[in-house]
Design a protein around this ligand. Structure first.
Ligand code: FES
Length: 640
């Protein structure tokens, strides 16, 4: 008998049921169900992050070779499969375990910012226009402009280019009707020298804009009142492109495969942003038509994908972006659902690896205005490092990998509920205390926790400077599983995943490589500038990751140079803060171009000392212990 074309899948623990075409992968079915599942490889079958449990193994296709390579025999016996490999053949129940869920992540929505004068590009002016008569036969448009000029003059707003006022053909075509229907009582929406809109009655109070930060993993949107310059609504979502890979490279690879893929990535991103705008507008009681501008920042790949720009050359050496300058495009062209004549402004990009979010970070921290040397780090899969002052800023991007975001770590995960975010190891007894996100039962470890574990093990003498975990029979938390040594952070009975949560020798190596990449970037920039850690008066740590890390432990393992701890400042989401500054101030928008010119990009791999620096920095804290005198003192005492 022929099987039915459609099958029903129930996803647990969501209780979500979906009917899908027989034969598609569970990964595809997850999307159709409007859910999300982890993936670092975009469904290529290489990351092993999309594990799901199938209740009835007969309801899905046979186990593939790829799955046999990635999943252990016990996992396979327990019904675990890779969602991107298993195809649904019959009605089934699929359980998404905690480690595979893209949970509600702690998304950092606020950031440090500079005070700026309120000077938005969009202004609204209420006009009471004299009606035409036989004594006054001025044309409708001139009549409106005359009244507008008078009011602008009274308010002291008239710009020198007022003669060049622009209006779209379509709005002009409707102007006679709008003016008469409104009985000559209208509000003109001006954006610099363009009349964007003519609204009935007095709508001066309804003037809004958006600041949007498109991160690789999260999107934050601010709704801003142009009259006051204040944020009246904030909303954030996981970047919906996560389904196509957690890191930028896998998304670029996916987009390069076909034009359809590129449009798909653009579409899911823009749809996600539009849904967020809808939600924030509803919550704040604002009509989307009264949102006239959006300032968008993001890394170079997100910037290009948002605008649907060809990204092939960005993904291939020499990694050239299609455009670096500040852009202003019609919102309608970008498919952004705000006022149909509104605009989207993207801040300038520094280069292929340092995007408009970097410019926004600099604007928000004011690093570019300072006489003193400051450093700014935005830690992620790629870590951007800036070092400089008002005369020049050096920037580079370090391939730090996903370890600090929980990637490539056995029990690694992002800061979702239940993720362990802080760990303290008692140096004498090796007892462990930890703290989880939202205080829930532990289900994995965030990057900040793994840093704490590595620092704790080093402090307790349980690993050496090369990162080797020392096997000590008297320490029950250290054990060998197969060929690998690991440290138990949380015992099975304490966890929410029915197994011990551990940090393995391989995890320690991942952290060593990640921190070495970041330290090397900082050290090469310091060398290029001819300065030492003590010359750096401030280290700003931007981004969500930063807020939970212990500065003491970050220095102890050699992630940050040894500076007085009070010089390190967590500045949160400075990308969104910088975007908001540019939204409400034309001066800042102009400044963003100057910041871009002030920054010189350094290609780390071309520095002759790069390899040596990197290898030396993989040791804990560093092969040259004199760079970390306090840590050296401590370790010397412990060894003796
Ligand atoms: Fe399935 Fe990576 S292995 S998404």
């Amino acid at each position: 008998m022929e099987r039915p074309r459609n099958v029903r899948i129930t996803f647990e623990p969501y209780g979500k049921r979906v009917e899908v075409e027989r034969g598609i992968t569970i990964f595809e079915a997850v999307t159709k169900a409007g859910l999300a599942i982890r993936s670092e490889c975009g469904g290529l079958g290489t990351c092993g992050k999309c594990k799901v449990r199938i209740k009835d193994p007969m309801s899905v296709s046979e186990i593939t070779k790829v799955e046999r390579n990635i999943l252990s025999p016990e996992e396979l016996r327990g019904g675990l499969r890779l969602a991107c490999q298993a195809c649904v053949l019959d009605d089934c129940m699929v359980y998404v375990p905690p480690e595979s869920r893209i949970g509600e992540r702690k998304i950092l929505e606020v950031g440090f910012e500079q005070e700026v004068p309120l000077e938005p590009a969009v202004r609204k002016i209420h006009l009471m226009i004299p009606k035409p008569s036989l004594n006054d036969v001025r044309a409708d448009y001139e009549r409106m402009i005359d009244t507008l000029s008078r009011i602008l003059e009274v308010r002291g707003w008239q710009g020198e280019k007022f003669d060049e006022m622009r209006i779209s053909r379509e709005l002009l075509a409707n102007t006679p009707r709008i003016l008469r229907e409104a009985e000559w009582d209208v509000t003109v929406v001006l954006r610099d020298e363009e009349i964007l809109e003519i609204e009935r009655g007095n709508t001066e109070g309804e003037n809004y804009g958006l600041a949007i930060d498109i991160g690789t993993s999260k999107i934050v949107v601010y709704l801003v009142n142009f009259n006051e310059g204040n944020v009246i609504g904030v909303s954030s979502i996981e970047n919906p492109q996560l389904m196509f890979g957690e890191d930028i490279m896998s998304r670029l690879t996916f987009a390069m495969r076909s034009h359809e893929n590129l449009s798909l990535l653009n579409k899911v991103l823009v749809n996600g942003i539009n849904a967020t705008i809808g939600e924030i507008a509803l919550k704040s009681g604002v009509n989307r038509d009264n949102i006239y501008e959006a300032v968008v920042v993001g890394n170079t790949a997100m910037h290009h994908l948002f605008l649907g720009i060809e990204i092939k050359h960005l993904a291939l050496s020499p990694y050239v972006p299609a455009v670096r300058d500040l852009l202003s495009v019609k919102a309608q062209e970008a498919d952004l659902k705000i006022n149909k004549r509104g605009y989207v402004i993207t801040l300038p990009i520094i280069g292929g690896f340092v995007g408009a979010d970097g410019v926004a970070d600099l604007l928000a921290t004011g690093l570019h205005k300072s006489n003193e040397f400051s450093m700014l780090l935005d830690i992620g899969t790629n870590t951007e490092v800036f070092l400089g002052n008002k005369n020049e800023i050096l920037a580079c991007s370090a391939a730090s990998g996903p370890a600090f975001e929980g990637g490539h770590i056995k029990f690694g995960m992002k800061a979702v509920a239940g993720a362990i975010e802080r760990v303290f190891i008692e140096p004498e007894t090796y007892e462990v205390k930890y703290k989880t996100v939202r205080g829930e039962k532990p289900v994995g470890l965030c990057g900040s926790a793994v840093i704490d574990v590595v620092a704790g093990l080093l402090r307790s003498g349980l690993i050496d400077v090369h990162g080797r975990i020392r096997e000590k029979p008297e320490v029950s938390r250290i054990r060998k599983v197969g060929n690998e040594v690991e440290f138990v952070v949380a015992w099975r009975e304490e966890t929410g995943i029915d197994e011990d949560i551990t940090v393995t020798q391989r995890d320690v190596r991942e952290i060593q490589l990640a921190k070495a990449a970041i330290y090397t970037a900082q050290s090469i920039l310091m060398k290029r500038k001819g300065i030492k850690p003590e010359d750096i008066k401030k280290i700003f740590i931007a981004g969500a990751f930063g807020s939970e890390i212990s500065v003491k432990n970050a220095i102890f393992i050699g992630l940050l140079p040894e500076v007085p701890e009070e010089r390190v400042k967590f500045v949160g989401n400075t990308a969104i803060a910088g975007a908001k500054m540019a939204l409400i101030s034309k001066k800042v928008r102009k400044e963003s171009r100057e910041v871009q010119k002030l920054v010189n990009y350094v290609e780390l791999s071309l520095d002759p000392s790069f390899q040596k620096e990197f290898i030396n920095a993989t040791e804990l804290p560093h092969r040259d212990l004199d760079r970390f005198p306090k840590v050296k003192d401590y370790l010397t005492k412990v060894r003796n």
